[in-house]
Design a protein around this ligand. Structure first.
Ligand SMILES: Nc1ncnc2c1ncn2[C@@H]1O[C@H](COP(=O)(O)OP(=O)(O)O)[C@@H](O)[C@H]1O
Ligand SMILES: [Mg+2]
Length: 300
């Protein structure tokens, strides 16, 4: 095990409105190591954005603990939070309008958030980042003249402007076509090869099949994880493979601190239980879950 970048423990988020309370995160546990590229998947409303926003310092947890890059998000002061958002995390959204200035050239956009001393240093760093995302040739183009995919690559460069320890992306390929999505994912993979820790929310099945580690969130908790099989690690750029149907990863259920496991719905349905009771037995070192046998009249 390396150094942890994200340590979430029993993370809870409650959104209160006048009439209702929404439990968006329900005791989420997750550890992400430095240098990992992790994808976060899950149905709409499962809490993915809530979790990412919290890591990004945009939202406070209601309970639990969240430590990112050694900083405790729960106890941080406002001043520390400003510094944290500037130095520890970089954020890419699906809709990048939030951090782009349409009438400025690409390079000026990348320089904008930088806290470097001189104009010269900012320009050098911005050029380096534009090269990294494959956009150096369009450095002088205004953003409103670039395609959606190109703007998204600029958004990645902007998120990296202050060399954050952790890059967060919430559905970064959500509004581009599949080949552009693939290209953008390659950018993330290259960054990761150079040591960047990255957490990406995605609902793109094909892309998630090419990631080393996929964490699935269900009802505000991590339910399962998939790990890329060894033989696919060097094949992720292979376009001739039918990624959509390949079983590239091994799937594991996640056990929480209280010993709770979420059983995949299809498996549970196949048992056709009469009520909510399962028989749990240890047989030859394996735990067997089965439907209780029909009740017979007990003979004494
Ligand atoms: N600001 C908010 N106020 C009230 N409820 C919210 C707010 N943000 C998210 N929620 C609710 O929290 C749950 C999780 O939302 P979200 O994290 O956006 O899910 P996802 O990104 O996985 O689609 C949903 O039920 C959503 O409606
Ligand atoms: Mg979301």
């Amino acid at each position: 095990m390396g150094n942890p970048m994200i340590q979430a423990e029993g993370l809870v988020k409650i959104y209160k409105t006048k009439e209702t309370e929404v439990l968006a995160l329900q005791g989420l546990d997750l550890v992400v190591e430095e240098g990992e590229l992790t994808a976060l998947i899950g149905n709409s409303g499962s809490g993915k954005s809530t979790f990412l926003n919290m890591i990004g310092g945009l939202d406070k947890p209601s309970a639990g603990s969240l430590i990112v890059g050694g900083k405790n998000l729960f106890t941080m002061s406002e001043a520390e939070l400003v510094k944290y958002k500037r130095e520890t995390v970089g954020f890419v959204w699906q809709n990048n309008a939030r951090n782009l200035l349409p009438y400025l050239p690409a390079i000026e956009n990348v320089m904008m958030p930088m806290y470097l001393s001189s104009e010269k240093k900012k320009r050098e760093k911005a050029m380096e980042l534009l090269e990294m995302v494959g956009m150096a040739h369009k450095k002088n183009n205004r953003l409103n003249t670039l395609s959606g995919g190109e703007q998204q690559r600029i958004a990645i460069a902007i998120a990296l402007a202050n060399s954050p320890k952790l890059l967060l992306a919430d559905e970064p390929t959500g509004s581009v076509d599949p080949s552009t999505a693939n290209y953008i994912f390659d950018v993330f993979r290259e960054l990761n090869k150079n040591g960047q820790t990255i957490l990406i929310v995605t609902h793109d099945v094909t892309l998630s099949k090419k990631v080393q580690r996929v964490v699935a969130i269900r009802d505000g908790k991590i339910s399962s994880e998939r790990i890329l099989k060894e033989k696919y690690t060097d094949l992720v750029k292979e376009v001739s493979l039918d990624w959509h149907t390949l079983e590239t990863q091994e799937e594991f259920s996640v056990v929480d601190k209280a010993g709770r496991v979420q059983i995949p719905r299809e498996l549970l349905d196949s048992l056709a239980l009469d009520d909510n009771k399962l028989k749990v037995e240890l047989v030859d070192g394996k735990i067997i879950l089965s439907k209780p046998e029909e009740k017979t009249n007990e003979t004494v």
